[in-house]
Ligand binder design. Sequence first.
Ligand code: HEC
Length: 156
Amino acid sequence: MPALGERLDPEAIALLPQTLFADGRGLPSGRGTVRQGALLYARLCVQCHGPDGRGGSAPELAGGRSPLAGDYPDQNIGNWWPHATTLFDFIRRAMPMFAPGSLSDAECYALTAWLLERNGLWPEDVPLDAAGLGAVRMPNRDGFDSQWPDRGPPHP
Ligand code: HEC
């Protein structure tokens, strides 16, 4: 056997990107509340994304719902993201920008819960977990396919 690479310890493996599917398969256990998410956001995210998820230098996370087929569709989470699970995945991998990979699964659930709540897609008083997140249906889930009829019908 070629003497290539090195054995990784479990801590290093846990930091590697993990595959998460759009339907929620691969989501970890744990949960987080909207309230916890609001506190984390105020500490780790607001400086770039702005209060309430808008108005900062980084992309808008919550806001308007201008139509996808218009000239300037709002590219925030509620209008532009077909799957809620992507939000958890992106936050876990990439945010906060100054320390990607630093958040626990529970913190990612909390931040996802708060951002979904800000977009009117999650109730304020229900903790978010894998089952809940996998069941969230984004408003424009089928909006992208229907703009391009030559690509066939929307996915089931
Ligand atoms: C230092 C500035 C900074 C901080 C702090 C920060 N972000 Fe970001 N964030 C960015 C930038 C810049 C992008 C765009 C990155 C890209 O498109 O590759 C981004 C993108 C995102 C996106 C994807 C937006 C989109 O529509 O593509 C999400 C979701 C997000 N950040 C969530 C968070 C959360 C949650 C936190 C706090 C835990 C956070 N960010 C902290 C700068 C920041």
